[in-house]
Design a protein around this ligand. Sequence first.
Ligand code: 2P0
Length: 327
Amino acid sequence: MTGETTATAVAHVNVALVKYWGKRDAELVIPWTSSLSMTLDAFRTTTTVRFLSAEGEDEVVLDGEPVTGVARQRVNAFLDLVRARAGRVGKALVDSENAVPTGAGLASSSSGFAALALAASSACGLELDATALSRLARRGSGSASRSVFGGFALWHAGHDDKSSYAEPLESKGFDPVMVVALVDTAHKSVNSRDAMRRTVETSPLFQPWAGSAAADLKEMRAAVERADLDAVGEVAERNALGMHATMLAARPAVRYFAPATVAALDAVLALRRAGISAYATMDAGPNVKILCHRADADAVAEAVRAAAGCPTAVAGTGPAARLVTPS
Ligand code: 2P0
């Protein structure tokens, strides 16, 4: 395909209930463990990719600002992959908007690379099915493989490029919400890619945690399929805290906990003691995401705000990545 071509895609953030933490193959982004996530309606990325006939350096804009350095190199490398598959040359203009604070542990790379994979592949004339799109998005950022799908998604770790992809899960009307405690939305101190590498290379707790992931995944999958919030929450909380234990044992330690993080986790325990089903998960940052029934969302958000002194946002399950007409 030649000439100028363009496409715009929207993809939503996902939060893992059984985490991906650690790559077996960094080049292909093959993880040590399979993971399972919930796609969120409230946070998303909209990306337009325009391929020009002229060659030159790709230009990348995020929320109106030019992207530079390592972040731009990651996008360039990803676009090279798409160009090579499509047999196309010519620079790309990428314009992306995040309806989520970037780099604050709200998994903006999940929605970011899923939207980029769909927009870039479409603009290049590649017609990928959902599995192929998930495999492509994975090369940009592991968690992006799951944001191709709405609802709940399972990323099979696999062992090579072909066998490592996500698929949607049956969830029988399971409709929980996540209350997000926005403890700190500034850019985090250690990015997840570096933190992950350091954990795998130096933490004596990494392999034991990875070894426990298969049982967590099996229990989680069954709990999602029977829409059992308490079972989902219990596994999600232990899996996430275990992941953070692997980081705390890394050398040097990767510690994302802030005082307000601990206050939010205490509030979750107090809510459970008061009979409300509320369970915490955390990613590579200090924010706490609390899974609960939709009917309890206001009470949970209020308790967490009071305890942690930070704003909250509420998200339900979100849709799959899709192409849109730019507005
Ligand atoms: C997850 N996280 O499963 C885990 C839990 C953060 C904690 O996926 O290196 O940005 O681009 O593949 O996808 C964040 O890591 O990492 C992440 P790369 P990514 O959601």
